[in-house]
Structures are given as structure tokens and as C-alpha cells.
Design a protein around this ligand. Sequence first.
Ligand SMILES: *Cc1c(COP(=O)(O)O)cnc(C)c1O
Ligand code: SF4
Length: 360
Amino acid sequence: MTDPTPRRGLTLHDASDLDRLPIDPATRERDREAARAYAVRAPRRYLELVDWDDPADPVRAQVIPRAEELQWDEREREDPIGDRAWSPVERLTHRHADRVLLYPTYRCAVYCRHCFRKESLAPDGDDFSEAALAPALDYIASHPEIREVILTGGDPWVLSDARLAWLRGRIESVAHVRLLRIHTRVPVALPERVDAGLVAALRGRLMVCVVTHFNHPREITPACVEAARTLREAGFMLLNQTVLLRGVNDDVETLEALSRELVYALGVKPYYLHHCDLTRGLSHLRTTLDEGLALMKRLRARASGVCVPTYVLDLPGGGGKVPLGPAGPLTRDGSRWVFESHDGSQCPYEEVVAARGQEP
Ligand SMILES: *Cc1c(COP(=O)(O)O)cnc(C)c1O
Ligand code: SF4
């Protein structure tokens, strides 16, 4: 029997908890295998954002498994952006000279259906240890070109304050590192975790940049506002990355509301809008590039530059991220260029630059 009222107080820990959610039985059976194939989890407050009367609810689509996740296209990939090809030691990816990705854990506070690392996640057991990270930390110390360490995973903020403080201490003891960046969904899904202890664990010599992962304006709750204020008051830089997802945020009204509230309510700068990677089983959540480009064009025409992220495609196989749009010049003839303005009109631009070597 399906309980018609949402069970407030339910935390989603694994596939068996889905039986206690107000999901219609036929849908539940259809999706059961997918729920067993990949990690399932959502904290109580995040789950309370779901409108169970709407099968297409944008929060539900991000956390409740669907049979479509098992429909793999042969052109999709197990390692969609080629992180492994750029991994010189365990738990680290070094694709760009000045920065590395470090994976202190492969656990998360919430498991996202659209995660591009969903095949690398490890929901069970404690996978953090100082020994497991030693080769990666030694690598960072012996590569002076590394200026920035990006903690990702998994979600680094599922770790205790003590572990984070240890990790921060090890990273900041490397003199050439200047920036500590943290990629986390905790401010979205478990904002109560963001407290004075977390801030104290991370504060030290390094500039700290926190990159959140909000995908829909409905995810921005008073608790998120409070968490963002705590992080801003700590002096941390706040950015957000969003994944463009079909049926979740692939309309300009949603993207505009999200971008505006990130800035106005949270003080978070929209950084990247990611085109959905070629992760296996995500074709039902993927848009076309044309759709993404058209959305960005409309968003740019409506919203302040502060509110507009860069639309990026992470090239499969480890080519890195490429920015997509806004469109370049329509035509060019020597130093005369023609651009299209936001209202669609054609605007000429002629370069005026003093000849080189003739400055007084
Ligand atoms: C995305 C990514 C980064 C960070 O790139 P930014 O453009 O600096 O945000 C670093 N390393 C790898 C391997 C990445 O995929
Ligand atoms: S929190 Fe990040 S790493 Fe974890 S499942 Fe979601 S997108 Fe993937």
C-alpha cells in the first residue's frame, strides 16, 4: 500500500527505504533494479523538498532512481571525462599544471542520479585514511607547479572536522599551494553541516573557495541561506556549478531564477553550467548542445553578468573543459568585425590599435 502522505522524518539511506516513500507501486517496481545498481541516499530535509504529487518533480528527478539509468548507450562511458587517464597516483587527478583534484572520500551526503562519477562512488564503509592519501599528498609536495588543490570526491564535507583539519594542515604545509578549493553538495543537501567547527577546520594560511552544486531554485532554503552566510562570514569565496538537466532546469525561467537567487540570497557566483557528461545511463537527463546554447543566449540577454555562468563541455577522454558560446563574430574582414547583440541586431566593430613599435 502506498502511503498518500509524504513521510516527514524519513531519511533515504538505501534502496530499501524507497519502499516507504509515496511512490506509486508500478513505478517503484519499474525502477527497483536501477535503485540497486547505484548508490541511493538523501537527507531528510532535502527529501522534504519533493512534491510527491508531481512525477516530474525536479528535486525527485535528482535523487530518486529511474529505470532509464540502466539504458546505456554504447557511446556513453564509464569514465566520461577521462579522469583516470590523468591520474599519476591513487586519489589524485592532474590534468592542468596549476591545479589537482584530490579525492579524500568517495562517499556523499546525497547521491545524485546525474553524477558523472556515479560508477566510482563508494557508499558503504569508511574509505578515508591518512595512508590512502599519502601518495597524493607526496605528489602535491613534489610538484611546485601546483598552486591549487581541489577537494572533490565523493563529497569532502561528509568527513569530520578533525579529518578536514588534518587534510587542510597537510596541504597548507606545502609552500607552493595557495588555494584550497572544495567541491561539495553539502550546502544544498545538508546545510546544517555547515557550522563553526567546519569553518575552523578549513581556515588557515590558504585562500578557500567553496564550489556548491545547486541545480534548481527550489533547493535554496532558509537553511542554505544560513550556511552560505556562515561561509561568507568566514571569508571564503563562493561559487556554484550547475549541471544542465532535461526536465530539471532546462528552461530559461528556471535557470534565471536559480542564477538570481544564488547571487541575491546566497552571495554565490554562478561559475559553470555543465553540459551533462557522457556518463552511462544519463541520456534521459541530457539536453542537446543547441538547447544549451539557446538557453545561455536567452539567459545572457536577461540577466546581469554577475548572475550568468559559463556554459562548459567537459571533453570525453580527458580533453578538459571548453567554454561554449556566447557566439563569436558573425563575420570578419580584417579589423572590421560584425557581432550580434542581445536583441539580435547586427553590430559592426572596428579595431583601433596604434601600430606596434610607434609608442612615444
Ligand atoms: C574541472 C576540472 C578542474 C577544474 O577546472 P576549472 O576550470 O579550474 O574549474 C581541474 N582538473 C580537472 C581534471 C577537471 O576536470
Ligand atoms: S554529491 Fe557530487 S559526487 Fe556525490 S553523487 Fe552528487 S554529483 Fe556525484
